[in-house]
Each structure stands twice: as C-alpha cells, then as structure tokens.
Design a protein around this ligand. Structure first.
Ligand code: ATP
Ligand code: MG
Length: 415
C-alpha cells in the first residue's frame, strides 16, 4: 500500500547558509515535541523537506493542521510516498488530484533530486499528465496558471506525490533566536505580541501581574488558558505570575494620581527585566500599539521605558486593533480575551491618568516610594508554571527555585 505522510516545506531556513542544519535540527526537534502522542513513527529530512511519517502510514489532515502551527513551517502537503515504479506513482497522482478539492485546470510538475532514476522529468510529466487527462476527462491542462499542480518528486529511490498543500505559520523554529520575557495581560494585544516574537524563533517566557490579593485570581487563570492556547506552537517555555495588588495600593497612596499608571508600569517592567536576567533572556516584549489607549503615547512609552536598560520589543506598535484581532482569531486567543477579568490594570486606577508625562515629574514620583525593595520583593514572590511543548526552554538555576510555588499543582510538573 502506498504510504501517506506529511511533507513539511520551509523556505526561510534554507536561506541561512551555514546555520541551515542547526535550524533544520531545531525544527525537527520542535516537531517531535509538538507531535508526541500523535502516532508519529519518524521525522526525517529529505532534499529540502522534512517528512513526518505515522505508525499507521496514513497521515491525517488533523496531523497536518498541528504541523502548520509550528513556527518555521512554510507549508505542509499531504503526500503519497511510492517507489520508482511508474504504475505506482501514476496511481498516486490520480488519488492526489482526486483529493485536491474544487478545480478546473491542472498541471504536472515532475522533479528529480539525488536519484539514479533514469526517466527524464519531461517524460515523467508526459506520463503522469496523460494518465490524469484520462482519469479526469472534464478537466483541462493549463501549464501557466493551473488551479492545482500535481508534484511528482523522485528522491533517493522513492517518489513523493502531492497536489494539495496548505500554508503554515512561517517564521523560524523556536529556540533559534534566544529567549524573551513578555508582559502578558489578559487583553487582546499581549498574547498576539508574544506569539509574533515566538514565531520569529524566540522562546517566550510570559510574566503576568495580577491584582491578587486585592482582586480575585481570575486573570491568572485566564493567562494560563492563554498560554495553553499558545503552547501547541511551542513558543511558551514558562509563565510567571506576580501578585501585585498590595504593592499597587502602596504606590497609589504614595504618588500623584496622574502618575499611578506610569509607576505601576515602571515597576512591572523592572520586575520583568529582573526575571529576564535570571532567565538569561535578552529582551522584553509588550503588546503596546501607538496611541491605542491614553497610556500609549510616545511620552508615556518613553517614561516607562526609561526604567529599564534591556531592549523592549513592541511588535504591535504600528498595528491597528482590527489587525490584532484578526491575528488573535488565527492563533486561538480571541475567545479567551473576550472574557473580562480584573487584573492589576483595573485596580487603583486614577480618574485622570497622565497622557503626556514629563520626565522630571516621573522621576520625582519614582523617588517617592521604595521601588528597589518593592521590585526585589515582587521578584521573590513570582509563581510559575512550565510548558513541556517548548523543548528548548531551560529553567534558570539559582534563587528563583527557592521560592517556587506552583500555580496549578494539578497539572504542573509535566517537565
Ligand atoms: P493588552 O491588550 O495586551 O492588555 P492594552 O491595549 O490593554 O494591551 P495596556 O493595558 O496599556 O494596553 O498594556 C500595555 C502593555 O503592558 C500590554 O500589552 C502588556 O504587554 C503590558 N501589561 C499590561 N497589563 C499587564 C499585566 N497585568 N501583566 C503583565 N503585563 C501587562
Ligand atoms: Mg490591557
């Protein structure tokens, strides 16, 4: 029986010269982790593709859909693997075209790489084309703009035949671009921002600030659900939650009303930066988008940014809300973010927040409370949960583990 498997295509990795094999190995390892418990028997490399084979030799659409979510995957094709026997690959081409959905026109594209197979690609095209014309008499050949292309690729003693392929998320394999700490609220923006940086190959470690004990812990659960939704793509290594309610109350009493949000944000960014240093992360990520809300003016962004030295990445800075929401739908975080949960952002909010902060006033407010002790204490109180789907994540050694308290003891400890 002809085997059906998934052919994984990746282009950008191909451009990386000497790093190419590092990137390919990382993608193979990420696919192993993303597909564990899915009946996969082999993940290997052949001539510019990665092949994913299953124990039952019948790779499914469902498996292909999981693969498409993994960063670094440009396209996935469900392909038939045959020998070099012409009858066999012609029959596979007929099956593949039959499964390609609605179409009027088609063409055949034969290729050969690293093979001793003697038939020329032109002859393969003719042979397969003639059989397809006979099998689909009401369809036409169009070599320039076909609705469907049937690929017949002879490689190392086998032929891979496919007609349908669907785009993957693109980007680069997670683990090839270092580590970042992302500030995750339960709004629409920060999960999208986190995913975008993860798609470019970074291991993401989200940090969420909750209003506990002044609010319920709903936002913490929402953030866990968000990380669960992102986890199949392998971008999340660990989620930290920092209970911030009491310290916010202290800040709100110490500083002028209009400065509160800027002070909360500076503390959040400093705590995130400290965690990033412990984690060995090289940048922070936020979901800010210019002018989207009053606090996201250039003046306020600068006033908050001044508190840290690490680069702060803002992948959504030029995006419109509609674009962000469309992406949230795609990555499966939209519905979760529609649930509202009080987090530290809803706590002790001023009636009139400062929208164009001036630095001398920001620094004066900053010196009016013991921010150093506060940041130190908040880092110590961080709780966390690990995500096993990110194979490259390495937990920090050192003092954080002394304060470990699992967020979700029931299903933690997967790692
Ligand atoms: P989001 O949709 O991500 O909540 P937003 O449009 O509501 O963003 P803000 O509330 O001003 O904007 O937050 C700006 C950024 O600050 C967020 O995208 C996120 O990166 C970070 N942030 C805000 N609140 C929190 C929080 N409670 N915990 C961690 N990070 C936060
Ligand atoms: Mg928000």
């Amino acid at each position: 029986m002809t085997e059906r498997l998934c052919l994984v295509h990746y282009h950008e990795i191909g451009l990386k010269g000497k790093n190419r094999s590092t990137f390919e190995n990382q993608l193979v390892s990420n696919l192993h982790r993303a597909l564990r418990d899915r009946g996969v028997s082999n993940i290997g490399r052949i001539s510019g593709y990665i092949v994913v084979e299953t124990e039952d030799r019948r790779a499914s659409e469902e498996l292909a859909a999981l693969i498409r979510r993994v960063p670094g995957v440009a396209r996935v094709s469900l392909a038939y693997k045959c020998g070099l026997d012409e009858g066999e690959y012609v029959a596979a081409a007929i099956t593949a075209l039959g499964e390609a959905g609605e179409f009027e026109t088609f063409k055949v594209h034969a290729r050969r790489s690293s093979t001793t197979y003697e038939l020329h690609t032109l002859d393969m095209n003719r042979l397969v084309g003639a059989a397809l014309c006979e099998a689909f008499p009401d369809k036409k050949v169009d070599v320039h703009h076909p609705d469907v292309t049937v690929i017949v690729h002879a490689v190392q003693g086998s032929t891979y035949v496919y007609a349908a392929s669907a785009p993957g998320v693109g980007g680069l394999p997670v683990g090839t671009a270092g580590k970042v700490v992302s500030l995750l609220s339960s709004g629409f923006d920060s999960p999208v921002a986190t995913w975008m940086v993860g798609r470019r190959g970074a291991i993401c470690v989200p940090v969420h600030f909750s209003g506990r004990p002044m609010t319920a812990d709903t936002s913490e659960w929402l953030c866990q659900d968000l990380c669960d939704a992102l986890a199949p793509s392998g971008v999340v290594g660990r989620l930290y939650v920092v209970p911030f309610g009491e310290r916010q109350r202290e800040i709100s009493l110490a500083v002028p009303q209009g400065m509160r949000i800027i002070m909360y944000r500076r503390v959040m960014l400093q705590v995130a930066e400290r965690i990033a240093r412990l984690e060995g992360a090289k940048a922070l990520v936020t979901g800010e988008s210019l002018g989207q809300v009053a606090s996201q003016t250039l003046e306020n962004i600068a006033a908050v940014n001044e508190a840290v030295t690490m680069p702060v990445l803002r992948p959504l800075i030029g995006s419109d809300k509609q674009e962000i929401i469309a992406r949230a739908h795609e990555i499966g975080t939209y519905d979760l973010c529609c649930q509202t949960a009080p987090d530290c952002c809803t706590l002790f909010m001023p009636r009139r927040p400062e929208t164009h902060a001036r630095m001398p006033e920001v620094l004066a407010a900053w010196e009016s409370f013991d921010h150093e002790a506060m940041v130190e204490e908040l880092v110590d109180r961080a709780e966390w949960r690990d995500y096993a789907q990110c194979p490259s994540y390495r937990a920090p050694k050192g003092r954080l583990s002394a304060h470990h308290r699992d967020l979700a003891p029931a299903d933690a400890g997967e790692r």
